[in-house]
Design a protein around this ligand. Structure first.
Ligand SMILES: Nc1ncnc2c1ncn2[C@@H]1O[C@H](COP(=O)(O)OP(=O)(O)OP(=O)(O)O)[C@@H](O)[C@H]1O
Length: 277
């Protein structure tokens, strides 16, 4: 039974928006306990795929099994039960601004469990401690920094001890040091709680730091899927192009660039073309 080794199984997923073909025959597995990064450029289909995995979109065809259940064949009650086993940290943090940090984190417990308030308080404070925000429960979201909001969103996403955690662009908008500390936190959460974590990002540094396996999406297709080493070693020009984009930009030959600007063609004797016109 594959459900014991895979927390997600996607087979031949196709998505159309009207006549536009958005996801093209996507198949992938996310294994229990791994950090699986979905990366790709803007418009490659990352958010659309994430929405499918969360059961928010119906595929045009293909199947999606989450924790052993076909998300498009479950009853509404089963879907609700499945959702309590999945935590989601959205890109913006998505905390309710009118509630304290503690109330934001306690919300899933109040909505989905019968726990009494004392226990809810203990679990909330424990989760805040896990994300290094101990003692911040009485602050309002507006009093937190960008990095703290991401941490609080992660605390809320794990408050129900999910088997599967989804993080949408967890380090977007953060400076590199804070972004790196969020990467460390994601690694620590997986090690401490043993859950599978699906991260959607376009950040290469973050991807290579946290991923066990990477799925590279390009124009709605799985361009590559493998470990960090496998992706780095890929000989596909499209993958290499993606990985080396920054390097290529950094390796512009300043002399050649200046010659181009001045209109000097290769082979010309340093005479700007403009002079001859
Ligand atoms: N509701 C929609 N209706 C029509 N087209 C859509 C809709 N949502 C997304 N698309 C299109 O689907 C494609 C994939 O979009 P998606 O948001 O999944 O990409 P992405 O990789 O998450 O991009 P980004 O990193 O910019 O968020 C894009 O071409 C987008 O324009």
């Amino acid at each position: 039974m594959t459900a014991e080794t895979n927390s997600i199984e996607v087979r031949n997923l196709q998505t159309y928006y009207g006549s536009r073909h958005i996801l093209k025959n996507v198949s992938l597995d996310v294994r229990m306990g791994e950090i699986f990064v979905i990366m790709g450029g803007s418009g490659s289909g990352k958010t659309t795929l994430l929405n499918h995995l969360l059961g928010l979109l119906r595929p045009s065809s293909g199947s999606i099994r989450i924790l052993g259940r076909d998300v498009n064949a479950v009853t509404p009650l089963e879907k609700q039960e499945l959702r309590t086993r999945m935590g989601v940290a959205f890109q913006s943090g998505a905390l309710f601004s009118s509630m304290s940090v503690g109330d934001n984190i306690a919300l899933p417990l109040r909505e989905h469990t019968q726990l009494d308030e004392t226990t809810i308080g203990i679990v909330t404070r424990l989760k805040l401690e896990v994300v290094s925000l101990a003692g911040f429960e009485d602050l309002m979201p507006s009093e937190l920094s960008g990095g703290m909001i991401k941490r609080a969103a992660l605390a809320r996403a794990i408050v129900m001890d999910p088997r599967l955690l989804f993080c949408d662009e967890p380090s977007a908008g953060l400076d590199p040091v804070v972004a790196s500390s969020i990467d460390d936190l994601i690694l620590r959460l997986r090690d401490a709680m043993g859950m599978s974590i699906v991260v959607v990002t376009h950040d290469l540094d973050s991807t290579f730091k946290i991923a066990d396996r990477i799925c590279v999406l390009d124009k709605g297709e799985v361009l590559a899927l493998g470990t960090v080493d496998e992706i780095r070693a890929s000989t596909s020009p499209r993958i290499q192009n993606l990985l080396n984009r920054r390097t290529e930009e950094a390796e512009v030959d300043p002399d050649a660039y200046l010659r181009r600007l001045m209109g000097i063609r290769d082979g010309d004797e340093d005479e700007p073309r403009g002079k001859r016109l």
